[in-house]
Design a binder for this molecule. Structure first.
Ligand code: ADP
Ligand code: MG
Length: 337
C-alpha cells in the first residue's frame, strides 16, 4: 500500500482566489570558490500562488526546490527578482521591516528530526514562535500551545516530552503545530512527508488538507514524488535545473503534459488505478544525467536529455508561456496531447 492508495485528499481544483504570493524572475546563485564558479540553484522563476490553493512544486533532487522555498519566505537573500507577499514586496525589506511580515508565512521542513531542537520539550518548541512574536503572557502562550497540540493531533499529555520520544509522524505534527502558531496565511512545506513511512505519509497529508480547510491556508507544497504532490495540489510547477519548465492545473498536467520533461517524470510514476488516469501513456525514459547547475546547457536546460530537441533549443531559452488554458510550458515544441 502506498500513500497514494489511501488518500485522495484533493480531488477537485478549487476556485482561484486573489494572488497571495507572486514571485517574479527569482534567482538564487551561489558563488563557489576554487575554481570560482556560479551555481544557478534557482534561475529565473516566476509564479503566482492564490489564496487558499495548494501549488505543488516537483522535480528531481538538486533542481532547486528547497532553495526556491526559502526564497519565497525570504529565509535566504535573493540574487535577483522579487517576491510579493500579500501585496508587499518582501524581497528587499530590511530585517526590521521583515519582522512583522514573518508570522504570516511559515516553513515546514522535510526532516523534523533535524529541524526540532532535541534538547527542548515539544511544548516549548511550539511556544517559541509565540514568544518571538510576543503573543501574550505566559498563560496565553500556554493556552495557545495546548490548542495547537490539539489542532495538530498531538496529545496534551505529551507537551513535556522531547522530540526523540515521538514517532516520525508525530514529530512532523510538532513541526506543523509550530508553523501554525503565528496563524500564518502561507505555509511552504518542503518535502514534509518524504522522510516518513508511506503509511504515515497519508495521515500527515490528510492533516495538511484538514488544516487548509479549517484555516483557509495557502500552501506551497514541495516534493520530489509526483504521486504525493498530485493528491494535494490544485496546480503543479515542474522544476528542472532551477527553472520552472511547466506549470499547470493538476489534472491537466497528468492527463496531457506539455513539456517533455513532465512527460518523462510521469512515465516514471507507477500507474494509479483510480479511474482518473489515462489508460495508455507513452513511456519516455530519461537518458543521461541531470547536468551540473554550475554548467547549465545553453538555451533550454532540458535539451541535452530531450528526445525532441532541435537546433533552436540550444540557442534560445524557451520562455514559460501559455500553451493552453490553465497551462504554461517553457518549450519550443510543446506536446499537444
Ligand atoms: P532540491 O531541494 O530540489 O533538492 P536544492 O534547492 O537543495 O535542491 O539545491 C539546488 C542546488 O543548489 C543544488 O545543486 C545544491 O547543491 C545547491 N545548493 C543549495 N544550497 C547551497 C548552498 N548553501 N551553497 C552552495 N550550493 C547550494
Ligand atoms: Mg530539497
Amino acid at each position: 500500500m502506498t500513500a497514494q492508495d489511501i488518500v485522495a485528499v484533493r480531488p477537485d481544483a478549487r476556485p482561484a482566489g486573489d494572488v497571495l504570493l507572486r514571485a517574479t524572475d527569482v534567482t538564487k546563485h551561489y558563488t563557489l570558490s576554487r575554481p570560482r564558479r556560479t551555481l544557478r540553484a534557482v534561475d529565473g522563476v516566476s509564479l503566482e500562488v492564490r489564496t487558499g490553493e495548494t501549488l505543488g512544486v516537483v522535480g528531481e533532487s538538486g533542481c532547486g526546490k528547497s532553495t526556491l522555498g526559502r526564497c519565497l519566505v525570504r529565509l535566504t537573500e535573493l540574487t535577483g527578482g522579487t517576491v510579493e507577499f500579500d501585496g508587499q514586496d518582501i524581497s528587499t525589506l530590511s530585517a526590521r521591516r521583515l519582522r512583522p511580515v514573518r508570522p504570516g508565512m511559515q516553513l515546514v521542513f522535510q526532516d523534523p528530526q533535524a529541524s526540532l531542537n532535541p534538547r527542548r520539550r515539544a511544548g516549548d518548541i511550539v511556544a517559541e514562535p509565540l514568544l518571538v512574536h510576543r503573543y501574550g503572557d505566559a498563560g496565553a502562550v500556554r493556552r495557545r500551545v495546548a490548542e495547537l497540540f490539539d489542532v495538530a493531533g498531538l496529545a496534551a499529555a505529551h507537551l513535556d516530552r522531547y522530540p526523540h520520544e515521538f514517532s516520525g509522524g508525530q514529530r512532523q505534527r510538532i513541526g506543523i503545530a509550530r508553523a501554525l502558531a503565528t496563524d500564518p496565511k502561507l505555509i511552504v512545506a518542503d518535502e514534509p512527508v518524504s522522510a516518513l513511512d508511506v503509511s504515515i505519509q497519508a495521515q500527515v497529508l490528510n492533516l495538511f488538507a484538514d488544516l487548509q480547510e479549517e484555516f483557509g491556508l495557502t500552501y506551497v507544497f514541495i516534493a520530489h514524488d509526483l504521486g504525493v504532490v498530485r493528491h494535494v495540489s490544485d496546480r503543479i510547477a515542474v522544476m528542472y535545473l532551477g527553472e520552472i519548465v511547466e506549470l499547470a492545473d493538476t489534472e491537466a498536467l497528468f492527463t496531457a503534459p506539455a513539456h517533455p520533461y513532465t512527460q518523462a517524470l510521469l512515465s516514471a510514476v507507477p500507474d494509479i488505478d483510480d479511474g482518473t488516469q489515462t489508460a495508455s501513456r507513452e513511456r519516455i525514459v530519461l537518458t543521461g544525467e541531470v547536468p551540473n547547475p554550475v554548467d547549465k546547457p545553453s538555451g533550454c536546460p532540458f535539451r541535452t536529455r530531450c528526445p525532441y530537441a532541435r537546433e533552436i533549443c540550444a540557442t534560445e531559452r524557451p520562455r514559460l508561456t501559455a500553451t493552453a488554458p490553465g497551462r504554461l510550458a517553457a518549450c519550443h515544441f510543446p506536446l499537444t496531447g
